[in-house]
Design a protein around this ligand. Structure first.
Ligand code: TMP
Length: 214
């Protein structure tokens, strides 16, 4: 069992919300303040979990990647990531900043794919054990805005993955799913309006963090 001494922060949100760059900014700010930060992401974060990420994001060809398989691969990657990276870092007293975690499974697989919230939450618990996030920053923006930002990235960088390829209706469900999670767990999940300039978003995130971190 993990003897958790550190602090576990996850960043969640629909596509195009700017999670990765806000997470990086926060890690830099906290490091300057003397915290030891570990930044990581899901699916991924270990060599094995990154292999599963590539399958999950890029799978093509004649064999369908079924929704249940997708969920189980997400959870397999999570279990490996928690055991190899997140728990050990928390045991050392580090601040762990993770780009997506179990709430993404609830929103994408549980709600948008329609597998069901209870089923996914059960599997999430199984995968992460007692390694629960202390705080989750939900970067929220309308699905249309996320769609525009993703399209812009695809036009400039050329690549689109299995999730980005889904239609707008799917992305509406993802966003609603995240907002449902935030409504269910307001103590842990803090909603930040991401449809603003990066400086304002970063400042609000820091205000929230300051209430939680010693
Ligand atoms: P990203 O790193 O660019 O956000 O891509 C990861 C994709 O994987 C994103 O589209 C959301 C999706 N995802 C799920 O569907 N379920 C999950 O549990 C996780 C962690 C990610």
């Amino acid at each position: 069992m993990t003897q958790k001494k550190g602090f576990f922060i996850t960043f969640e949100g629909p596509e195009g919300a700017g999670k990765s760059s806000q997470l990086q900014r926060l890690a830099e700010t906290l490091s300057r303040r003397g915290y030891v930060c570990v930044t990581t992401r899901e699916p991924g974060g270990t060599p094995l979990a990154e292999t599963l990420r590539a399958i999950l994001k890029e799978h093509q060809g004649s064999e369908t990647l079924h929704d249940k398989t997708e969920l189980l691969l997400m959870e397999a990657a999570r279990s490996q990531h928690v055991s190899e990276v997140i728990s050990p870092a928390l045991e050392k007293g580090n601040v762990v900043l993770c780009d997506r975690f179990a709430d993404s499974s609830t929103a994408y697989q549980g709600i948008a794919r329609g597998i069901g919230v209870d089923t996914v939450r059960g599997l999430n618990d199984f995968a992460y054990g007692n390694c629960r996030p202390d705080l989750t920053i939900l970067l929220d923006l309308p699905a249309e805005r996320g769609f525009e930002r993703t399209r812009h990235r695809v036009e400039t960088q050329g690549e689109i993955d299995r999730f980005e390829e889904e239609n707008l209706q799917f992305h509406h469900k993802v966003r609603d799913g995240f907002l449902q999670i935030a409504a269910m767990e307001p103590q842990r999940v803090k909603v930040v309006n991401a449809d603003r300039d990066v400086e304002s978003v970063a400042a609000e995130i820091l205000r929230i963090i300051d209430e939680f971190l010693p």
